[in-house]
Design a protein around this ligand. Structure first.
Ligand code: MN
Length: 491
């Protein structure tokens, strides 16, 4: 084993950021998984349990909520062992078991043609929409699989790396999880284009070698100047640009590394927004800023909610350095994004809550992915394109064919709801029953218990087969009822 991870070390790590963590539960999850996977080995030759343990470590290193850590330890149990989801529910309760269920639903990657692949993607969107924590675990799972990808045959290496780069990393980005996005990209890059990876790696090393002393001095000077004015610095550190993101920049800049100013950025974390702007002023007094390189992402956050102040300055000997200034909250959001809800900061815990903010992003994420996939020749996207995801007011996600209406949704929920529906609220606005629903809509069905049954007109606009069948069957019953009534009245 390369990493020498153990359950004891995991427990110590979790305890270090969550004093109230249920360590016994984590240990039980580990024991349960270890026993269930007993006798199984990975392709690396190590016992299988090293994989869920490593997955849990990746999350614990990001100071993630213990419930998610438990689910990570158990994430491959239902799929790969004879223990069932029911067993998990009995032993660990419904929250942990439903998280594991979400991961199990995503399924293992079994490439059997394009259809299967797209089907997997669709499942991923549904699982993600139901509980975004599933995706957080999936990212960690994927990161460890990428870290041990060397043992896989080459075609599989390429496939997994490509999928991570084209699908997982953009989703992580959309969810604001900068840290995961960067790791996923760099691990995949190595397998997608090894030569370029090596080239960029060496280029960066070379360039940084000459910059370290300069950066050290700049940091020292910055620190002194800020402290002189009474600004409390929570942290000041250099942050190196990740390889894949450097590679993409290089392609834009004609491979001229001297045009890339944020190869190393100096990141300053200060207590308040006022301190951020004050720090920027001091930096600009010290050194001349480059024109057009001052970016205020505090007043105008990026679409994924990223906030910081950026500026690039000429330092004394003419070297160019970028600064990023932010508060601790902005830093958390930048590194962990949506996962920040389950991330423990220095002051204690954050309360997990169902957050519909990102659910609205789902449509955008999907568009993103589709655009990417349409560049990949081997993948046809028609299948995915014909599905939409809508939400019930409770936040449950339901996938329907494109063009589906509230009536389709009503029948999807329950035949009775379909038969009794009289109207709907789409994103809290009244909408007619033939409204074409869109990705990300929140839809509430209004029913009337006195309604006799469906209208024949509905058949003209419903999209799902099941709605059609149920309407027809209800209409037939109505007709029989009418005939009987007519016969009775006649006599
Ligand atoms: Mn796994």
């Amino acid at each position: 084993m390369t990493k020498n991870q153990s359950i004891e070390k995991l427990l110590d790590l979790v305890k270090s950021y969550d004093k109230k963590a249920d360590l016994e539960m984590i240990r039980l999850a580990y024991d349960f998984a270890a026993e269930a996977h007993e006798g199984q080995t990975r392709k690396t030759g190590e016992p299988y349990i090293t994989h869920p343990l490593a997955t849990a470590f990746i999350l614990a290193e990001m100071r993630i909520d213990p419930v998610i850590i438990c689910a990570a330890l158990l994430h491959d149990v239902p799929e790969d062992t004879n223990r069932t989801l029911e067993d998990l529910k009995e032993n660990f309760g419904s929250e942990i078991s439903s998280l594991v269920e979400g991961i199990t639903k995503l399924g293992k990657l079994k490439y059997r043609g394009v259809e299967r692949y797209i089907e997997n993607l669709r499942k991923m969107f549904v699982a993600m929409a139901e509980d975004v924590r599933v995706m957080i675990i999936k990212f960690a799972d994927r990161i460890h699989n990428l870290q041990t990808l060397d043992v896989q045959p080459e075609p599989k290496q390429h496939r997994i790396a490509l999928e991570s780069l084209e699908i997982y990393a953009p989703i992580a980005n959309r969810l604001g999880m900068g840290e995961f996005k960067g790791i996923l990209e760099d691990l995949s890059f190595k397998y997608i284009n090894h030569e370029e990876y090596e080239r960029v790696f060496k280029l960066k090393e070379e360039k940084l070698k000459n910059k370290q002393i300069l950066l050290k001095n700049i940091k020292k000077q910055t620190k002194e100047e800020l402290e002189k004015t009474g600004i409390k610095i929570i942290s000041i550190h250099g942050r190196e640009k990740k390889l894949y993101s450097l590679y993409k920049k290089l392609l834009e800049k004609n491979n001229d590394i001297d045009k890339i100013y944020d190869l190393v950025a100096i990141r300053i974390i200060v207590p308040s927004i006022a301190d951020c702007y004050a720090s920027l002023g001091i930096l600009h007094k010290l050194w001349t800023p480059l024109k057009g390189r001052i970016k205020d992402y505090i007043s105008q956050p990026k679409p994924n909610y990223y906030q910081s102040l950026h500026t690039t300055v000429f330092t004394d000997n003419g070297e160019i350095v970028e600064f990023q200034v932010r508060t601790p909250e902005m830093h958390d959001e930048a590194e962990f994004g949506i996962a920040a809800h389950w991330h423990y900061d220095e002051s204690g815990s954050k309360i997990p809550k169902k957050d519909l903010r990102w659910a609205k992003e789902l449509a955008e994420i999907q568009k993103d992915i589709l655009n990417r996939l349409s560049d990949l020749e081997e993948i046809k996207v028609d299948f995915l394109q014909t599905r939409i995801f809508v939400f019930t007011p409770k936040g449950d996600v339901i996938d329907l064919p494109e063009g589906a209406t509230p009536v389709d949704l009503a029948y999807h929920i329950h035949t009775d709801i379909g038969n009794k529906c009289i109207g709907s609220l789409v994103n809290e606005n009244m909408a007619t029953l033939d409204t074409k629903l869109k990705n990300g809509d929140v839809v509430e069905i209004i029913t009337d218990k006195n309604r006799k049954g469906p209208s024949r007109d509905w058949l003209k606009f419903v999209k799902t087969k099941s709605a059609k069948e149920r309407i027809n069957s209800a209409l037939r019953k109505q007709q029989q009822f009418n005939i009987v009534n007519w016969l009775i009245n006649k006599n």
